[in-house]
Ligand binder design. Structure first.
Ligand code: UD1
Length: 426
């Protein structure tokens, strides 16, 4: 999200690494934030485990506190407890929403619980326009009156929400989640067509089911939700972060290394792992994760980003980084977020040969990159630049370290444990 850069908030990366060793994957950022928001649906104490130690969890905890919840975050145990009041307040302010788009996930639960919600519009994002029209249309179809006033989405359903047949134009993750969390307490049946199938959506659905919701079709394009009168608090373990898993998998391939990734699910990453095999990596599933090893220069591969189970847009910076030092030419097509190629401008500063034309980025692989000061523009771009810097000659300073903290706990420490020379310069 757009945030002021902090002077000196950098990663210092020494090039020439071959990452080797073991890493453990944390709980999924894009899951835990939605689970925390959905806790609002039931008064009482909900407990989440496998919670990652990332900045966004703290922001969501602050947002829930302002809505009247008592939130206890135990970083050592990777747990968060959320005690939700009988009557939460219903306004999510701009100062928090602007820091983290996932704040918009309180919209569905608040309308369902309070009959009204005022949530600040998250504003521009460095990866694209990211509208809310599907979220709003879905709530309106369930009987809410929604207007946009003074930078806030104001939704009211004085007589409660009712079930509806809703079809999304695009299988949006956020809209599927907001509609699902609103429909669980609506009167009657909601059928959501062209729903997102991401593992994060399935995790949220299973969490809601454990609270007493009646949901069928998770992981398929049609989700059926029968509204219930009330939900109860629950205990739930967040799924492993598939994007962090993918980051380590590509890091192994890019640095011609060998990483055993523990505590993850290879089944959530079938397409990216197949692409790594096409690039020449040896990928083996282990009893608690996956091992990725690359013994030679990777081969360049073509990729199109797509909604799950397609290749995730969040891994796009890593595939472009790999192609930029791979053997051959390749084209990456971005179908989800139009501005995600901003990252390429920074990669060019490291000497990569990439040409962007609309939704396509064409790379011509070169032997190695060359160090230069670069700027992280979002979480994944930041991690991508650090990994690119590992295969650049010399020392690269990556500015905008706070972006990386939003998605990767202790990234510098983890990289050091794999043999890289990376330090955080505050
Ligand atoms: C989530 C993830 C993000 C990931 C993305 C796709 C979080 C906090 N973020 O984002 O990391 O890259 O899923 O897997 O969970 N769109 C509209 N109108 C809408 C909603 C979406 O036009 O009302 C468009 C967006 O501009 C974008 C596309 O649909 O082009 C996908 O958006 P969506 O799946 O909603 O992504 P997010 O939930 O924002």
């Amino acid at each position: 999200m757009a945030q002021p850069a902090h002077e000196g908030d950098r990663f210092r990366v020494v090039g020439g690494a071959h990452l080797q060793g073991d890493v453990r994957v944390c709980g999924a950022k894009n899951s835990v934030l939605k689970l925390m928001a959905a806790a609002l649906l039931a008064p009482g104490l909900t407990r989440l485990t496998n919670v990652p130690d990332i900045a966004d969890v703290k922001i969501m905890a602050e947002l829930l506190t302002r809505l009247g919840c008592k939130v206890e975050l135990d970083i050592k145990k990777s747990e968060v407890s959320i005690n939700v009041p009988e009557k939460p307040s219903h306004r999510a302010e701009y100062d928090l929403v602007r820091k983290m788009r996932a704040s918009i996930n309180v919209l569905g639960p608040l309308v369902a619980r309070c009959g009204e919600a005022e949530v600040a519009l998250p504003g521009g994002d460095a990866i694209g326009s990211r509208g809310l029209d599907y979220h709003i249309k879905g709530l309106m179809e369930m009987g809410a009156k929604v207007r946009n006033e003074h930078g806030y989405v104001i939704a009211k359903a004085e007589n409660g929400l009712h079930g509806a047949e809703i079809s999304l134009d695009f299988p949006s993750v956020g809209a599927t989640e907001n509609i699902m969390t609103a429909a669980v307490l609506a009167q009657g049946i909601t059928i959501l067509d062209n729903a997102a199938r991401e593992p994060d959506v399935v995790d949220l659905g299973e969490f809601l089911i454990s609270m007493g919701a009646d949901i069928e079709g998770l992981g398929t394009p049609t989700i059926t939700i029968r509204g219930v009168a009330s939900l109860k608090p629950t205990i739930h373990a967040t799924i492993p972060d598939r994007i962090v898993t993918g980051t380590w998998a590509f890091a192994a391939a890019i640095t011609q290394g060998d990483i055993r990734i523990h505590g993850c699910r290879a089944s959530d990453l079938e397409v990216p792992l197949e692409k790594l095999v096409s690039a020449g990596a040896v990928v083996t599933t282990t009893n608690d994760g996956v091992r990725v090893r690359m013994e030679h220069r990777p081969k360049a591969i073509d990729v199109s980003t797509l909604p799950y189970p397609g290749f995730p847009t969040d891994l796009q910076p890593f595939i472009i980084t790999m192609n930029s030092i791979a053997d051959g030419d390749a084209i990456v097509t971005e179908n989800v977020f139009e501005s995600r190629f901003i990252f390429v401008n920074e990669l060019l500063r490291l000497g990569a040969n990439v040409r962007v034309d609309g939704h396509h980025a064409a790379t011509r692989g070169i032997d190695h990159l060359s160090s230069a000061p670069v700027v992280a523009t979002d979480i994944r771009a930041g991690a991508g630049l650090i990994i690119a810097a590992l295969v650049a000659d010399g020392i690269t300073m990556v500015e905008g370290g706070f972006h990386i903290d939003r998605g990767y706990p202790n990234f510098a420490e983890q990289l050091r444990s794999l043999g890289a020379d990376v330090t955080r310069v505050e």
